[in-house]
Design a protein around this ligand. Sequence first.
Ligand SMILES: Cc1ncc(COP(=O)(O)O)c(C=O)c1O
Length: 331
Amino acid sequence: MVCLQNERAGGAGRGGGLLQRLLGLPFEPADIHLTTGGFTAIPLALKAVADPGDEVIFTLPPWFFYEPLAIEAGLVPVKIRCDAETFDVDLAALGAAITPRTRVVIVNTPNNPTGRIYPPSLLKDLADMLEGASRSNGRRVYLLSDEPYNRIVYDGARFHSPAEYYPYTLLAYSYGKTHLAPGQRIGYLALPPTMPDRGPLREALTALQMAMGWIYPNALLQYALPRLEQFSIDVAELQRKRDLMVDALTGMGYQVTRPDGAFYLFVRTPADDDEQFTAALADRDVFVLPGTLFETPGYFRISLTASEDMIQRGLPVFAAAIQHARGTARQ
Ligand SMILES: Cc1ncc(COP(=O)(O)O)c(C=O)c1O
């Protein structure tokens, strides 16, 4: 078994210190379970705390794998729409969706695809709501904070994790975003030091990591972890690309919210059919995802990981597309 306290193995012991610097919580090394990215940290969390048939709530638009991961874990996905104006978790909708079978609420901040970072006031209200629901259900409702973009934050803002506000939070992280290297499978699931009586959960996680097929990153990546912690994608460059795209698209007439973090823009399509709209862009070599893929028709998602040159070549295509949609394109 991988020994997470072993300093020679590199990362996890220091990972506690790094998490502490990021979130201000003194995570213990034994509470950081290295995984093959967020992709396995999420089902690991779900399987550790939920029983078959339990409900898992998440917001739309979602990262599109929450639903299959929940179903594969034998759980029932329950979807609520985010606030259409702010892209925040709609707490009224969440309150209405909670039932006695609710076991996990997944939140993703900074959010894929909206780029929203949930503010501390919202996280505090969310924590109060889950505390109340746990009390009235007579059974704990856990929060799964999926935060692979927690270091991709703009405008010098400080990221706040839900784990700072709700002790029954499982924190899923992946290095795949920070390093823009999704093929290198390394991440972790962490339990905050504020979670009471977490010994049995720690043990369940260790047993599950083996039962789920030894879902640890390979040894080389574990040894590399202290070095991996020292670099990241160029966030300042991403921010420049964000501003370039948001300003240009807004100038063309698109409705786009400037994201707080992550590396996506979630934009309203000027035409009703987002699949047709994105297919027309693809015909001109501009590749974006339709909102329908995120169960949110009428939007499309742009990735800011495109190079600046690609962005400059894409802008006239976006301009022509909105003109065409408005029926003003010159023939
Ligand atoms: C919100 C979110 N969670 C989890 C993941 C999974 O990350 P990884 O593929 O690095 O495991 C992704 C990847 O796109 C994501 O966007």
